[in-house]
Write a protein that binds this ligand. Structure first.
Ligand SMILES: Nc1ncnc2c1ncn2[C@@H]1O[C@H](COP(=O)(O)OP(=O)(O)OP(=O)(O)O)[C@@H](O)[C@H]1O
Ligand SMILES: [Mg+2]
Length: 433
């Protein structure tokens, strides 16, 4: 741009010095370029913005298909997925072609307008030279200057399209850079005074669809509280509220008497050991998957993996704990992944334990063993447990029954059974007792 602009200024200065009238004639058509150029620029920018959005959809599709490759094969979705993907690629290709075509309009217009300018100069200057009012030398110098200006002008015209493409891409980059996180860390760096948990009239909706509708309960410090209820009732959501994966629309989530949003996020999250429904494993060794960046003594690691019965499958591996877990832990079975998650929680040794179907992927024998380890871990520790198995729930100090985002009953197993309400019905229905 710099070089072309300097060339243009110098060349037009020369042209003006030779003959202002000729220069004017050569340039008379240039204002005609302004409107089409603006229109084309706007068009390219809009198209580019659309294209970028479609391209992000393409990335999502690739990600889905690659991670769900087994589901694609098992359900024989190959053609369906190819077609779905093909449609997106097609849209992108058409968009690119339209943009390229529109981008070529500007240099073409520059060619036409400057061409017409040349004709004008030839006519005007030619007449003056034949009439003898100007010398042929002047005319040739002028013509050379204008001819030399032609290429830089053309290049600058072409740049307008490139500029718009880049601007549209930049817009999307800045959209992301300017995003503010929905969860803002609190300022309090002192850990909570106690581990008592209380939810007060908590409401939460996803896209207008209510999930929690005035949920209130307390979980006493040092006690085990079980959350029970049908699938989709909002049990896992309670855990997400406590660890601030999501904030409530209204109501309060209190830890040690203060709103969880008061605490700095690292301080808050350090209070919890979580074993969730979907343990995320990383493409690292088993040891690193258990340590998760912490430093721990070998003896502590051994204790954790024996309690979680990770040893059962690790010790037979030639590389032991240094075996890679594979991408997303794909080298492990579902039950093995769950045991790794439990070993993590044991090693982490946080004041509050959140167990979301922590043993659901284990067979009856391993479950009993792992459950014992979890019982030891939760003894004297504030524990919230979500489980569908009666054996886990009935030992809880308190059972909170959640239905459609509200607490419908609470009490001990015996109290609730005696009451013969929702819990008793659930037990009969789910556990056949
Ligand atoms: N990120 C999300 N976006 C939209 N809806 C969500 C999201 N997370 C949860 N939900 C919805 O919130 C409701 C409660 O979900 P939650 O995971 O708390 O259920 P749950 O009680 O743990 O069920 P389950 O026993 O099946 O694990 C569900 O209807 C679910 O569809
Ligand atoms: Mg759940």
């Amino acid at each position: 741009m710099g070089r072309d602009i300097v060339s243009l200024v110098a060349l037009f200065a020369v042209a003006l010095a030779i003959d202002p009238m000729w220069t004017l004639t050569a340039l008379v058509g240039v204002p005609l370029l302004v409107t089409p150029m603006m229109l084309v620029q706007r068009y390219i920018r809009r198209k580019m913005r659309q294209n970028r959005q479609i391209a992000s959809l393409r990335t999502t599709r690739i990600d889905e298909v690659i991670h769900g490759i087994n589901a694609v094969k098992l359900n024989r979705m190959e053609d369906y997925q190819s077609e779905r993907f093909g449609r997106i690629v097609d849209l992108i290709r058409k968009g690119q072609i339209k943009m390229a075509a529109m981008g070529a309009v500007i240099p073409a217009l520059v060619d036409i307008i400057t061409g017409l300018g040349f004709v004008g100069v030839l006519a005007l200057g030619g007449t003056e030279v034949t009439e003898g009012t100007r010398s042929i030398g002047d005319f040739m110098s002028f013509f050379t200057a204008i001819a030399l200006a032609f290429q830089p002008l053309r290049r600058l015209g072409g740049l307008a399209g490139t500029w718009q493409t880049a601007a549209a891409s930049l817009e999307r980059i800045y959209e992301i850079l300017d995003m503010r996180p929905a969860i803002v860390s609190g300022a309090r760096i002192e850990p909570p005074a106690s581990t008592e948990i209380e939810l007060r009239d908590v409401r939460l909706a996803y896209d207008g669809h209510p999930v929690l509708q005035g949920l209130s309960f307390t979980a006493e410090a040092g006690k085990t509280t079980a959350l029970v209820g049908p699938s989709g009732a909002g049990k896992s959501t309670v855990f997400n509220l406590l660890t601030r994966m999501v904030d409530p629309a209204s109501g309060q989530v209190l830890l040690g008497g203060l709103p969880v949003s008061d605490y700095a996020l690292p301080v808050l999250r350090d209070q919890f050991s979580t074993v969730s429904q979907d343990a995320a494993l990383f493409d690292e060794t088993l040891r690193e998957n258990i340590l998760l960046g912490q430093v721990a003594e070998e003896a502590a690691v051994r204790r954790a993996i024996s309690a979680a019965h990770v040893v059962d499958f690790v010790d037979v591996l030639p590389q032991g704990l240094d075996t890679p877990a594979g991408p997303r832990g794909s080298a492990l079975s579902g039950g093995q992944r769950q045991r790794i998650a439990i070993a993590r929680a044991i090693l982490r040794d946080a004041p509050i334990l959140l167990l979301d179907e922590a043993t659901s992927a284990l067979d009856a024998a391993s479950e009993r063993l792992v459950q014992q380890a979890l019982d030891t871990l939760s003894a004297g520790r504030t524990t919230l447990v979500i489980a569908h198995r009666l054996s886990t729930i009935r030992q809880a100090d308190k059972i909170v029954v959640i239905e459609a985002g509200r607490v419908v009953e609470e009490g001990t197993h015996d109290q609730l059974m005696e009451k013969g309400g929702a819990y008793a019905a659930l037990v009969r229905l789910q556990f056949g007792k």
